[in-house]
Design a protein around this ligand. Sequence first.
Ligand SMILES: [Zn+2]
Length: 184
Amino acid sequence: MQYKKPILVLFTGSVETACGGASSASGPFYCPGDQKVYMDLAFFDELQTKFGASGGDFATAYVIAHEVGHHIQTLLGTSAKMRQAQQGKSEADANKLSVALELQADFYAGVWAKYNQENLDIGDIDEALSAAQAVGDDAIQKRMQGHVVPESFTHGTSEQRKYWFMKGYTTGDIRQGDTFSEVD
Ligand SMILES: [Zn+2]
């Protein structure tokens, strides 16, 4: 199939998208409706100040690559299939499917890093892992509410997010990214 590049939109404050209006509170996201990646510039500071990541250029690269992963899932039809599968499911089961989709986007980010190895500096993979650690559902919930509710996870734990990024990075093999069979 033909690869169609997504468009990157940087914004501060708020933005209008084909998926509706969004503010910096929503964090970086991908809108399938217009195939654009939306990045609030303040988020990259918050990744360090609020989420406790070590920062660095490759933390930013990981976040963008994750969102482009959602673009790949849209082109391949995985996102639509997953949303269909969520219909009629309990919230907990629908969340599990969401986690699988998110971890696959992390996996694709790892595959991308593998094929861009010649551009990586020492410490770049650690920067990505630190960012993945910081945005794990368990890490976020622990910080926000002091305890974790696994049934409400939508993106996966810090461990899972690091695991799938690294699996993509070490294998570089897109066929290894079936998070839907492996995550339960
Ligand atoms: Zn995502």
